[in-house]
Design a protein around this ligand. Structure first.
Ligand SMILES: [Zn+2]
Length: 290
């Protein structure tokens, strides 16, 4: 039976990030020994399945080339290492030349949140942070090129503005993105290993959903009180996020059931918002992938 019990227990902070004072109060985070974020339990099994899929696709492509077949997708699979390298380099360069870099003088709160999250997760280097024009879209992502790692936050997400301003939500979201980096999701080799599975329904999207739960665990570890605001802004945007009832969203993970809700989730790169809210609230178990 599913449980959607609200967080009620509080534990004293066990370990403070270097250079930062311990938070006043830690809610129970469950699943996270010593307050550190935990990887979703299905992430590694799904990653192994994805790498196996890519390996088979690669071997089949080599075999087809050897027999003289020259399909377009065969060429794409064989060129994947180069295509991925070029795409990552281009994506990084695009932020470097167009993005507003977070520094102590530009978006200093974002800059500080990046450093805080990196310290909390024990990362040796703070990722670069960029703000780009969102034009109404609510989004953020993390990626890398070479040894460099960076977080991009769309300006609309960064605003989380107006009367509903919620810095905790922004710290959760930046913690989520830095968590992707800390968990290795932005690695070239990992993305190359997942290359073919991205084109196969269910396998690629399921791994992606597991990674999102892992990143949410990081976001929650970084700023526990930011979870309701993060779900609110994703559900209703930067102005109306304060009107979203976190518990009501989480409760509906239990009531909105059936084949089609299940299908929407299975085909999605991110867990559906109701399930995501439920996973953030119930820290006694991993979020549901299927
Ligand atoms: Zn994510």
């Amino acid at each position: 039976m599913e449980q959607f019990s609200p967080v009620v227990a509080h534990h004293p902070p066990v370990q403070a990030a270097p250079g930062f004072p311990p938070p006043q109060m830690h809610p129970a985070r469950g699943l996270s020994p010593w307050g550190m974020p935990i990887r979703h339990r299905l992430e590694i099994p799904l990653l192994v399945l994805s790498i196996a899929t890519t390996t088979v696709a690669y071997l089949v492509s080599v075999a087809l080339i050897a027999t003289g077949t020259l399909d377009m997708w065969v060429i794409i699979v064989l060129l994947a290492p180069i295509l991925l390298f070029l795409a990552r380099g281009q994506m990084y360069a695009s932020q470097r030349v167009n993005g507003v870099k977070m520094t102590p003088t530009q978006f200093p709160d974002g800059y500080r949140m990046l450093a805080e999250a990196a310290a909390r997760f024990g990362m040796p280097q703070v990722p670069d942070g960029y703000v780009i024009l969102g034009n109404g879209r609510i989004n953020a992502f993390a990626s890398g090129h070479g040894f460099r790692r960076y977080v991009v936050v769309y300006s609309d997400m960064f605003e989380i503005g107006g009367q509903a301003r919620d810095p905790d939500a922004l710290a959760f979201i930046i913690g989520h993105e830095v968590g992707h980096i800390a968990a290795g999701h932005a690695s070239y080799w990992r993305q190359l290993g997942m290359f073919a599975s991205n084109y196969i329904p269910v396998i690629g999207s399921s791994l992606s959903r597991a990674q999102e739960y892992t990143a949410d665990n990081h976001g929650l570890c970084n700023r526990p009180y930011g979870a309701p605001g993060a779900i609110g802004v994703l559900a209703a945007g930067k102005y109306l996020m304060g009107l979203v009832g976190f518990d009501e969203m989480a409760d509906r993970a239990r009531t909105e059931r059936g084949f089609f809700p299940w299908l929407v989730n299975v085909l999605s790169s991110h867990p559906v918002l109701t399930w995501r809210a439920a996973a953030l609230r119930d820290r006694s178990r991993h979020g549901r992938i299927f």
